[in-house]
Design a protein around this ligand. Structure first.
Ligand code: NOJ
Ligand code: CA
Length: 509
């Protein structure tokens, strides 16, 4: 793979707790992941991004890190992690891990020191009086400790925020990056990347943060072929692309695309905006339809309102499963055809819906608990994957999974879908295989096919056409390489995407 493999990569997101269980305790782990590497190879991805795998009390699914230089014992050992990196590399799969620099865990050694000794509090935000900031998960952003002081936590109380005005915090994270680069990881996904610095009035996107990423980029460059990916939720595209300047992060998640409704004009606007804002900084766009924080696309696209927003989540709002599934297939081929890198969140390739009927007493997300249940939280997209068989745990491992799987998932196991040529799994497999040769990094040229149709051609000659209107549309000349659903007398039906090659092309479908 080239020096710039990340520019056009297909990156598969592994939420380790829910991917595959190797030791039978009902929680996903490294042994389970290692045993499923051949599945990921067959899927045709270039890299894996793993959510945090560090020792953690799991107050926020591992985003409360107790030790940045080790592996959570429930997931495995450091030696196993090293073995996993080696095995992935043997299959030509890169490994990206999560780093969480904004906050820590109340179980982190530095925080325990701070609790025991007032003189050791400067690595965090301790104050005699709290301000009025609210936690992103709901409730106040400050918690009082026994001696009367308060500490800041933008997320759960178990996640105290680091003080990035303290140089020791900088040194610590630079060392953590090196620790993992030396163990062969190919990059980092940076959690809450815009939140590190705080002023009296703001905790978002302060200018000082860019110095940190310039330094991190120097470190990444020392190791060569490594990538830094930012989780940057900012409404302002200009502010967003500052993180992608040539000496800062390599890429960042495209949350505008992820939140975009299934409407042609809005999608076209977001795609164009993405391309025009990334071009001046030379960073490749990314295309993301889902992750471990958002409603699964099959459910979202089946609703009358197809947007995603954290606040509402539209939990329980009726969704037409057939419509959602059809659109999710069309969206997948659209996302895979766009120039840049593409993300696939585990289970997206199986077309899993959001599990909205989880029993409330089994919900674990702090977002649910801290909002007093008004926000149902993110457990519904984190249910352990169904691999095979007719009943839970569907080959996941163990007998009882940490979140219960719905009985109805017998139809959507990876095993059942592998045997069905028309399945979502086979759509992703075929799409990713073609993408490898024909798509990825580069540019696109729009074709005018009316207001309901998104149509463009890529450098390789591949044309992608998505029909978001109600009526079928006639296709431009070309040979059908892949379609998200059946054509109707050669025309492209509603909510369907097709990939075409020129008639003379030697590309085979
Ligand atoms: C973003 C992560 O994706 C999310 O899962 C987590 O809760 C917050 N950052 C806090 O770390
Ligand atoms: Ca396990």
């Amino acid at each position: 793979m080239s020096q710039t493999w990340w520019r056009g990569a297909a990156i598969y997101q592994v939420y380790l707790r829910s991917f595959a269980d190797g030791n039978g305790d009902g929680i996903g782990d490294l042994a389970g992941l290692r045993s499923r590497l051949p599945y990921l190879k067959d899927l045709g991805i270039d890299a894996i991004w793993l959510n945090p795998w560090y020792p953690s009390p799991m107050a926020d699914g591992g985003y409360d890190v107790a030790d940045y230089r080790d592996i959570e014992p429930v997931f495995g050992t450091l030696a196993e992690a090293e073995k996993f990196i080696e095995e992935a590399h043997e299959l030509d799969i890169k490994v990206i891990i999560d780093v969480v620099p904004n906050h820590s865990s109340t179980e982190n050694a530095w925080f325990k020191e701070a609790l025991a000794d007032r003189a050791a509090r400067d690595r965090f935000w301790f104050r005699d009086e709290p301000n009025d900031w609210q936690s992103i998960f709901g409730g106040p952003a400050w918690t009082q400790v026994a001696d009367g002081q308060w500490y800041l936590h933008l997320f759960a109380p178990e996640q105290p925020d680091f003080n990035w005005d303290n140089p020791e915090v900088h040194r610590e994270f630079e060392d953590v990056l090196r620790f993992w680069f030396e163990r062969g990881v190919d990059g980092f996904r940076i959690d809450s990347a815009a939140l590190l610095f705080k002023s009296e009035t703001s905790y978002e996107d302060l200018d000082e943060v860019h110095e940190v990423y310039r330094r991190w980029r120097e470190i990444a460059d020392e190791y060569g072929e490594r990538v830094l990916i930012g989780e940057v939720w900012l409404p302002d595209q200009e502010r967003f692309t500052r993180y992608l300047r040539p000496d800062e992060l390599h890429t960042a998640f495209n949350f505008d695309f992820l939140s975009c409704p299934w409407e042609p004009a809005e999608l076209r606007r977001v795609i164009d905006l993405t391309l025009t804002t990334h071009a001046p900084v030379g960073a490749p766009p990314t295309w993301v339809l889902s992750n471990h924080d958002v409603t699964r696309p099959v459910t979202r696209y089946g609703r009358a309102d197809t947007t995603f927003a954290h606040g509402g989540r539209l939990h329980g709002v009726p969704s037409d499963p057939e419509l959602g599934y059809r659109r999710a297939r069309a969206a997948a081929l659209l996302a895979m055809a766009l120039p840049g890198s593409v993300y696939v969140y585990q289970g997206e390739e199986l077309g899993l819906p959001e599990v909205e009927d989880l029993p409330d007493d089994q919900r674990q997300d702090p977002m649910y608990h801290r909002s007093g249940g008004t926000n149902r939280g993110r457990d519904g997209c984190r249910v352990p994957l169904p691999w095979a068989g007719d009943e839970p745990p569907f080959g996941f491992g163990g007998t009882r999974t940490w979140l219960p799987q719905p009985e109805r998932w017998r139809k959507v196991t990876a095993e059942a879908q592998a045997a069905d040529l028309g399945s979502m799994l086979n759509l992703y497999r075929t799409g990713l295989a073609h993408r490898h040769d024909l798509l990825g990094d580069g540019t696109l040229t729009w074709l005018a096919m009316g207001p309901d149709v998104l149509a463009f051609t890529r450098e390789s000659g591949l044309t992608c056409v998505s029909n978001l209107g109600a009526a079928p549309v006639r296709l431009p000349a070309g040979r059908v390489l892949l379609a998200s659903g059946p054509l109707e007398d050669g025309a492209l039906p509603s909510d369907t995407t097709v990939w075409l090659t020129s008639l003379e092309s030697t590309i085979t479908g």
